[in-house]
Design a protein around this ligand. Sequence first.
Ligand code: IPE
Ligand code: IPE
Ligand code: MG
Length: 242
Amino acid sequence: MANENMTGIPVHVSMIMDGNGRWAKERGKERVYGHFEGVESVRACVEAAVETGVKYLSLYAFSEENWNRPQAEVDTLMGLMVKAMANEMPALDKNGVRFMVIGNRERLSNDLNEVIDSCMAQTASNNVLTLIIFLSYSGKWDILQAAKRMAVEMLENPEKADDLLDMDINGFDRFLATAGIPDPDLIVRTSGECRLSNYLLWQGAYSELLFVDTLWPDFRKEEFRKAVEYYSKRDRRYGKVK
Ligand code: IPE
Ligand code: IPE
Ligand code: MG
């Protein structure tokens, strides 16, 4: 959803949570140890988002490409998701957090899909913060599934074909997996990598980008506040002259 936010506080902050493996390696531990510690950073960022007045916090937790990792790491990560969602949900719900998962859910296990459905249903009417986990997600997958959904709508409703072909940029938003969610004002990537790794390609068209060296397990409240402060100093022009 188009979002020309001009205020100092971002409406939607998005994180590419990277560097868990390196964080563990630096400590002579298995990569998965970094993923476990990363859950603490998620908790800290949710709290910091609520405290700073951010309304949407989204987290890139697992990309479509991440399915190509060793099976043992994929299994551990999926198990961690089930556990973390079940554990964190009571506190999130109590604090007014609405929980959502966006991605190619056909590839997720039944266990995981069940816990996601139950967490989403339990928190659906909360409105302090919307927390979105991008899971089995990629930007190209999203654009492609949107195009397919549009094609299906056209085939099923030939009388609407002209309207659909006349559609503007904003009209396409409703087919995306992120329909109804404001585009991210700020995308932060941790661990020093300066790429989007197939993240919100459409929705991030005008996002401010921040790349920090901090590894995700070390990214806590202070780092979140600094990122919001960085954002508040940006001059967003959206192609216009000020
Ligand atoms: C991010 O940390 C978590 C996921 C992508 C699932 P990584 O696992 O990519 O950690 P590094 O980048 O190898 O250090
Ligand atoms: C991007 O991190 C995906 C997530 C953070 C979920 P990766 O570690 O998978 O990205 P690449 O492989 O360095 O591009
Ligand atoms: Mg990585």
